[in-house]
Design a protein around this ligand. Structure first.
Ligand code: GDP
Ligand code: ADP
Ligand code: 5GP
Length: 219
């Protein structure tokens, strides 16, 4: 692969955080967003009912099935997938706008969505959050206290399928101690922003002044 084909045309980085339900994905992502103001969290649309405390436009765009289908038909979704019997999708426009403005975008999506999103953003950074064990995962789902026993059982079953897709992601964080996992997530974000392909777009002028692209088109 030539160096040129690795380069991005926009300065923002796409992060995809993938995890089985209960692994701590939302807690880690929220802590990351508090620490880093240059990342925009993509708000997904879903047909799932809001949990207590979740609000429209903040956690998800809660829509009914006909509206969700209309958004797909209008090509307004970057990707969508059926997860745990509900539909989830990533609205396209806010992401493109943020990337063009040089902001980073974080997608909290399932493995199916991550595959589809990678087709649009080949340089996207995939980060998988693993629980320290299956019993711990179960305990965390219970502790969250927002899903019925039936829903928890369904999510646990789905967890093993989701975990089998860990190899789709470049990074795997084991969320045992929360602060350690958060530091690891912050390190991945920092290192990804320093990739040469990303830096050469973000600092285009400096790279030109320094002659740093001199060998780029040579095979
Ligand atoms: P959680 O697993 O407890 O965070 O529960 P959620 O209901 O918030 O998420 C359900 C599933 O849908 C998870 O696997 C998410 O990663 C996935 N998901 C959320 N948003 C999106 C999206 O925009 N696209 C896709 N493909 N999956 C999503
Ligand atoms: P997800 O978004 O992956 O479904 P959450 O962020 O909602 O997961 O976390 C599930 C539950 O586990 C929450 O109650 C959260 O407070 C708890 N939790 C997350 N990370 C840890 C950790 N490292 N140690 C103990 N509990 C955790
Ligand atoms: P929950 O219902 O617990 O909020 O989310 C369940 C799963 O749906 C999570 O694993 C989450 O990552 C996934 N999910 C949330 N939004 C999207 C989305 O827009 N697209 C896809 N493909 N999955 C999503």
């Amino acid at each position: 692969m030539s160096p040129l084909s690795m380069s991005t045309s926009y300065p923002g980085t796409v992060f995809m955080v993938v995890a089985p339900s209960g692994a701590g994905k939302s807690s880690l992502v929220n802590a990351l967003l508090t620490n880093d103001s240059n990342i925009m969290l993509s708000i997904s649309a879903t047909t799932r009912a809001p949990r207590p405390g979740e609000s429209h436009g903040e956690h998800y765009f809660f829509v009914d099935k006909p509206r969700f289908e209309q958004m797909c038909a209008d090509n307004a979704m970057l990707e969508w997938a059926k997860v745990h019997d509900n539909y989830y999708g990533t609205p396209r426009e806010p992401i493109q706008k943020a990337l063009q403005e040089g902001r980073d975008v974080l997608l909290e999506i399932d493995w199916q969505g991550a595959r589809l999103a990678r087709a649009h953003f080949p340089e996207a950074v995939g980060i998988f959050i693993l629980p320290p064990s299956l019993p711990t995962l179960q305990a965390r789902l219970r502790k969250r206290g927002q899903d019925s026993e039936e829903t928890i059982a369904r999510r646990l079953e789905a967890a093993e399928h989701e975990i089998a897709h860990v190899h789709d992601c470049q990074y795997a964080i084991i969320n045992e101690d929360f602060d350690t996992a958060l530091q690891q997530l912050l390190s991945i974000v920092q290192a990804s922003r320093l990739r040469t392909a990303t830096q050469s777009v973000r600092h285009r002028q400096l790279f030109q002044q320094l002659g740093a692209n001199a060998l780029l088109n040579q095979g």
